[in-house]
Ligand binder design. Sequence first.
Ligand code: HEM
Length: 512
Amino acid sequence: MGYIFLVACAAVALWIAHGAYKIFVYAYLSPYRDLPTPDQGAIWKRLLIEPDTSDFLRWANEVPNDGLIRYFGILNDERLHVTNTQGLAQLLQKDAYLYTKPSAQGQLIRVLAGDNLVVDEGENHKISDTRLQPAFSPARKPHWYQLFSSAALDLVQAIDHQNTSLSSPTTDTTPFNLSRVLSQMGLDTIGKDCVGADFDSLKSPKDKNTLGYLKLFNTSADANLLEVIMHLFPFWLLEALPIKALQYARNMTGQVRETVQEKAAENMAAHDHGQEKEDLDDKNMVDCMRRDLLSPAQVVNNALTMVTAGHEEIGTALTWVVYFLIHHPEVQTRLRNEITSAPGDSSDWKEQGFVEDDFNKIPYLRAVINESLRLRPNVPVIWRESTSPTTLLETSIPRPGAVITASTWAMNRNVDEWGVDATGFNPDRWLDDANGGAKSAFSFMTFGQGPRKCIGELYARTQMECVLAGLVDSFVLSSAHKLEDIVTSQGMITVKVWQGLRILARPVERTV
Ligand code: HEM
């Protein structure tokens, strides 16, 4: 007993000594001590608070630097932060495979989807990427326009239904949580496109399986805490502890995983029996993956990853576009006018569906989407960890394990890249210039860059076009909150409207 007590005391003493060294001494001995370092205030702040997007933006503007600064994250963890496009090009493109995603980043993703493209590294990543790319090929666009037009119609009908069933006698609309409805629509759509499964969550929103799954992605204090905990502790320890939120995440994902697994198995069995679908329009993502070169587990894990990203990212990104439209009613009116007066048949979309050419005639729609994606990148920070000694922007990184961050939020608002109105919402900047007037491809960071750039960008943009056109063509959107009460929630992984965006959708009156 006495011996165990002594060992425990020694372990605690060592832990305290290590903590004290890390807090009071290490900063002065670190190989990065000569890099510009922002003033982060009192020591307790560095221990308890993870810097967020507003800190990165302030530092980029206020701390003189040559593209790299050093700062301290929660528990005084030392990090390097890239602030210019040259640094981003080196980190994410030229030397992309010298870095991995920090293991903490991958933990939550593994809980939700197992090993998959997001957490594959090095050669494994290159191989998986090539095998999954066909599922996101531009050749699938005609099929996507059909699928997303019908998603837009389902959404409009769900909102109409909500308005007529819930509205009070004095008003013709009822406030509803748009973020929730958009995630339901996103889940139904990606379910169909990925594995041919209809989750039907828009029409049956009370189904326990999908409801619980969708709730996993809501903003809440618990979810934010879980993100921080997962960042701090090794996964094996978290697995061993009865952490409720983690068990809930695993259970709820398990139910959606079963559907994905079952449908993927049906697809694979049909393929094994020579029933390969001839027509590209009939193929779903799983049919398009190079299944002959992927194990069944890889197919299922990646399909589940696409289902997760496909509903969560799109729901969040579309929520932000509507957020800007309710803050800028003049932009909303102009967008509606441009949609209704566009030459061609886009006004028939409810019968015919949208085709790509409809959107070539509404450049303002793409401009609004781009501007919203610029100012509210879903993923506010990109995280990497060095794997071997290297050099970044002439700074030597002598050891593996250096954590490096890049803020998509700050780069997308960088005055040197975007001009003096960098923080303002100005869709017009995209009308004359496909790059929005920015100087470099690395100025727009919403989908990342380099070989790990978002594989779903085209899918996301195509769906956003159809759904936004359908929504704005059908409803005048306004906020159910006071505008100043809408809160931006910044987790370590995503930026969302806290508790979802509650809006009013008044049907557009048309004079015949
Ligand atoms: C507006 C919507 C979206 C945004 C803003 C977004 C953003 C991002 C970003 C910033 C990354 C790079 C992260 C990094 O470098 O660490 C990424 C990667 C990824 N995204 Fe998206 N995404 C969106 C939609 C989607 C969709 C719809 C899918 C799938 C259906 C998807 C699947 C993925 C996957 C699998 C990766 C990992 C790629 C790799 O590591 O090679 N995303 N996304």
